[in-house]
Design a protein around this ligand. Structure first.
Ligand SMILES: [Zn+2]
Length: 288
């Protein structure tokens, strides 16, 4: 029973929850949500009681932690954080310091349409776990701590006010998944920064094939022309800086198509902020 991993100590509580006729996965999700919703409402004394009833657990592996909404030391150690030095435009980490404002060979040979891109982590280890749990495991409470890391990683590109826009899902996929992980991250980033958000500023005009397993060229072809700016959002972004938010920056095909649509609609510039960056030099058929 997955509930055990989230620290419900009392069989009584467990039985009570079971009696609500939820399926086990919905139930564990409910218990997890309950903990996170309660924490914001309780006094410190009440929080101690809550910690006793629902002990805080690592967001990734469910090991016991000192406080809620945190990673255990092992998972934290396994988070491949991206730190300077990195390419000023693409945010790709450098092995050695290359001097202030240095650009990677990739940025020089194939300049992107966006101004700057930042990612909090490489797409491996605990970071991959986080993305998968949020996206496929419906662990939506992960969006907040992941967004915190993104805000830290994007400190320089968040200096000036931008309009925050998430990479959208096609509406049919949104119905299937019931939430857009990029929109969850964008909402949290908007809450941290106080910047405006156009949650449906971009729209997917057609349902594209899942990008997982496609090579860079196949991905580019798959998403070509698949995004447009919603008519009502065009005046809002006109002559404004935009921050495009997604969970993973893979080959850049999706980002490139979104940025092209935003610039065509009148955005003055676009920066990109993602939680993870995939190593695209690795196996091209094994991209996230
Ligand atoms: Zn852990």
């Amino acid at each position: 029973m997955r509930l055990a991993t989230y620290g419900i100590r009392f069989d009584l509580v467990n039985s009570l929850l079971k009696s609500c006729f939820y399926e086990s996965c919905q139930l564990s999700s409910w218990a997890r949500d309950l903990r996170y919703k309660c924490v914001g409402l309780l006094t410190s004394a009440s929080k101690s009681s809550l910690d006793f009833l629902l002990p805080p657990r690592c967001l990734i592996c469910s090991a016991a932690t000192d406080r809620g909404g945190a990673y255990c030391p092992n998972c934290w150690k396994d988070l491949p954080l991206i730190e300077r030095p990195f390419c000023e435009q693409l945010g790709i980490p450098f092995v050695h310091h290359m001097g202030a404002g240095a650009l990677s060979p990739k940025a020089i040979s194939d300049p992107p349409l966006f101004a700057r891109s930042r990612s909090a982590t490489l797409f491996s280890g605990s970071a991959r776990e986080c993305v998968h749990k949020l996206k496929y495991g419906r662990r939506r409470e992960l969006a907040k701590p992941m967004a915190e890391m993104m805000v830290r990683a994007g400190k320089d590109i968040l200096q000036e006010r931008s309009i925050i826009i998430p990479v959208p899902l096609h509406w049919t996929r949104l119905v299937e998944r019931r939430f857009n992980q990029a929109a969850d991250l964008a909402n949290e980033i908007a809450a941290y920064t106080g910047y405006p958000i156009e949650i449906s500023g971009l729209q997917r005009t057609r349902r594209t094939q899942n990008q997982v397993g496609l090579t860079g060229k196949e991905r580019a072809k798959n998403v070509r022309g698949a995004f447009r700016v919603k008519a009502a959002s065009a005046p809002v972004i006109s002559s404004q800086r935009v921050l495009l938010v997604d969970d993973v920056f893979t080959t850049g095909s999706t980002v490139r198509t979104c940025v092209r649509a935003l610039l065509s609609a009148g955005a003055s510039s676009v920066d990109v902020l993602t939680f993870s960056m995939a190593d695209t030099t690795a196996n091209q058929t094994n991209l996230p």
